[in-house]
Write a protein that binds this ligand. Structure first.
Ligand code: ATP
Ligand code: MG
Length: 303
């Protein structure tokens, strides 16, 4: 069905990214809560129409590991994109309480199945695999969002900052600097998947900007340094090997999705029951405590 702005009641902001704002909205005709992303672009109507048409493929992206797409429309030079609302938010905000190995394996399995679905069924390379694009709900489901379906949309995004937290594979970093596009292959997503696993396991991004004097130094470390690994004291050799198979610097050396699924780390996961609901609950509690503390630190003490 077609969605338009008149049908939506706008609610609170869920977050901001580099390119736009995400709001919680209510689709009044169906009473469904949705997340609406606003992307501001300076384009003519023909290009905006092309983007809306390209986004249509998303109606076919229906899988348990993919955030459902409800529809898109544009007003003036903004594209509005409506998707399933995920009530526990993105994974990056749920890491402070720690992620035990069984939960890590469950997340890894969901991400690989989601990425494999996109590749096999829709011939889509995600291109933006990172913890903020992995969404979670209170049922304990893990789903991917924000994959690159629209070439026109991608071209129209103002590439402001690639720095800070780069999940880009070494070959892409090198490619970009030589102005050589087209170096993006499916295995570049596998690198980003591995790096996301490290961030989930460590609770923080493995190339922190504080450590490097500038973005160039940080990107140099990704291209020329040893790849990061999961901490030995918290994770089994199987888990560490799985991540190492993703973080091979030469793209051809990285594991395929099928190999990642067949690996003992995910084979063990298949046989196990994991209480994802309790993990999400606990992670949200810790998150709420952190936010309360941050708020308290901000408010001036009364005299
Ligand atoms: P980037 O702009 O680099 O992609 P990002 O992924 O953080 O970064 P957005 O995709 O704009 O930026 O999302 C902003 C935030 O909104 C996310 O970090 C997430 O917390 C929240 N969010 C996005 N989509 C949803 C959704 N469907 N349900 C709930 N929260 C969401
Ligand atoms: Mg995103």
């Amino acid at each position: 069905f077609d969605i338009n702005m008149e049908q939506l009641q706008l609610n609170e902001e869920l977050g901001k990214g580099n390119y736009g704002t995400v709001k919680k909205v209510l689709h009044k005709p169906t009473n469904v809560a949705m997340a609406m992303k606003e992307i501001r672009l300076e384009l003519d109507d023909a290009k905006l129409n092309a983007i809306i048409m390209e986004l249509d493929i998303l109606h076919r992206a229906v899988a348990p590991e993919i955030v459902e797409f409800y529809g898109a429309f544009f007003i003036e030079s903004c594209v509005y994109y409506c998707m399933e609302y995920m009530d526990a938010g993105s994974l990056d905000k749920l890491l402070a309480a720690g992620v035990p190995e069984d939960v890590l394996a469950r997340i890894a399995g969901c991400m690989v199945r989601g990425l494999k679905f996109l590749k096999d069924e829709l011939q889509i390379i995600h291109r933006d695999v990172k913890p903020t694009n992995v969404l979670v709900n209170k049922k304990g489901e893990i789903k991917l969002c924000d994959f690159g379906v629209s070439g026109q949309l991608e071209k129209s995004l103002a590439k402001t900052n690639i720095g800070c937290q780069s999940y880009m594979a070494p070959e892409r970093i090198k490619g970009e600097s030589q102005n050589n596009l087209g170096t993006y292959t499916i295995s570049s997503d596998v690198w980003s998947l591995g790096l996301s696993m490290i961030e989930i396991g460590l609770g923080k991004y493995p190339y922190p900007p504080e450590t490097y004097s500038n973005v160039f130094a940080q990107l140099t470390a990704i291209v020329h340094g040893d790849p990061p690994s999961l901490p030995e004291d918290n994770y089994s050799p199987e888990a560490r090997d799985w991540v190492a198979q993703c973080l091979v610097k030469a793209p051809d050396g990285r594991a395929t999705y099928q190999q990642l699924l067949d690996h003992p780390f995910l084979q063990q996961d298949k046989k196990r029951k994991v209480d994802m609901v309790s993990w999400v609950e606990r992670a949200l509690e810790v998150r709420a405590e952190q936010l309360a503390e941050a708020l308290q630190a901000q408010t001036p003490r009364s005299v």
